[in-house]
Design a protein around this ligand. Structure first.
Ligand SMILES: [Zn+2]
Length: 384
């Protein structure tokens, strides 16, 4: 759909203004997308980790639609085939997570795991365990919720599961997501007679990474080929990784900016402004970022928490790496060199390997010789 933008009028603008007013971001409802509405949209986008462009495209629309629901305003239950989605579901999930119930993740979707967690909670407080959240269950949550806030048992369990599965890469599933593709080339830079596109460069990186990981005994799946006809939405990319039961998800992008002086690498993991974060996603992001900076010398633009669909809906440790600015002549000159891309790939392999080392056995950044991984795999196979 065409984004709704400043200057627009009509029923869609009325809806947007009503939600923003309900969130106290806008003084009054109305039917014109004026300057105050644009400011409110930007503030809303910032609070949700969306790119703050002040326009309402599909992603912002979904977030606004979900935001109108406050916990307790409606009864929540597991609906099939169209599950309930909303900010109220996310609040419920965050509360259950804090209390140590396994809802999978705070993805704002009332799925079967959320329903099961609610039923378990109901059983423990003596309510009928029907898995739906109405006024009685809400009352029990309000009474008990406050006592157990503070810990993050679910996130700790998540990292325990990874630790206990051992340090080997053999048999792991890694989904690599080359960004964009098809009708969406991503960042495009004409460079003399050459035309570099983000979609092509990240697909090249993805297939190099696929080769290195496969050699280390990892099952690898790419979310797209080199020249897909259409561009797969992020929701479908996340769904693919979930359906494959991936252990790790890595989305590859390059950045772009109007200012050619902008350069460097940044890594993103799931998290919200109220401090909810995926501990394992944060750890993977830190490893990826540090290994790339150490092995390539790209400027360190740090790791950041974002609530993007891709990071929110994936159930495994997931990161998105923006590995250099295609619009920076300096970064671009390095990115177009295949030997430099191999160094990026080595950094990613080292980060994935360290993800499966127990924290106390972790090694210094830049120290893993990824060419030796194949020998380790062969030795392991001989022992078995
Ligand atoms: Zn991109």
């Amino acid at each position: 759909m065409r984004p709704i933008r400043p200057g627009d009028r009509g029923p869609a603008v009325t809806e947007i203004r009503a939600v923003l007013t309900g969130l106290d971001l806008l003084a009054a409802p109305g039917d014109e997308f004026d300057a105050a509405t644009e400011r409110a949209v930007r503030a809303f986008q910032q609070s949700r980790g969306l790119s703050a462009d002040g326009r309402v495209g599909a992603e912002t629309w979904r977030a606004l639609d979900a935001a109108r629901w406050r916990l307790g305003a409606r009864t929540l239950y597991h609906a099939v085939p169209d599950p309930l989605i909303g900010e109220d579901v996310r609040s419920l999930q965050e509360r259950l997570l804090e209390m140590g119930y396994d809802v999978g993740g705070a993805d704002a979707v009332y799925g079967v795991r959320t329903s099961r967690a609610v039923a378990q909670f109901q059983r423990e407080v003596g309510l009928k365990p029907d898995g739906s959240c109405g006024p009685y269950t809400m009352g029990a949550l309000r009474r008990l919720g406050r006592k157990v806030v503070g810990g993050r048992p679910q996130w700790l369990r998540e990292s325990d599961a990874i630790r206990q599965s051992g340090p080997t890469l053999v048999g792991r599933t890694v989904v690599i997501d080359p960004g964009h593709g098809g009708t969406d080339p991503g960042v495009v830079v004409p460079d003399g007679t050459l035309r570099w596109t983000e979609a092509d460069l990240v697909h090249d990186l993805a297939s190099r990474l696929e080769g290195r990981l496969a050699a280390a005994g990892v099952r690898v799946q790419l979310t797209r080929g080199p020249a897909p006809r259409t561009c797969l939405p992020d929701i479908d990319r996340a769904e693919l990784a979930n359906s494959l039961g991936a252990d790790v998800f890595i989305s590859l992008h390059t950045d772009g900016h109007a200012n050619p002086a902008a350069d460097g690498v940044a890594t993103y993991h799931y998290g919200t402004d109220n401090g909810v974060t995926s501990a394992t996603g944060e750890r993977l992001a830190g490893l990826v970022q540090r290994e790339i900076v150490a092995r390539t010398g790209l400027r360190d633009c740090r790791t950041h928490a974002k609530a993007w669909d891709l990071l929110r809906l994936t159930r495994m440790p997931a990161v998105r790496v923006e590995v250099g600015y295609l619009t920076s002549p300096q970064d671009r000159a390095r990115l177009v060199d295949p030997r430099f891309r191999d160094r990026i790939v080595e950094a990613l392999v080292a980060a994935v390997q360290r993800m499966f080392f127990p924290v106390e056995r972790d090694v210094p950044t830049g120290s893993i010789d990824v060419s030796a991984l194949r020998a380790v795999v062969a030795a392991g196979a001989a022992r078995d």
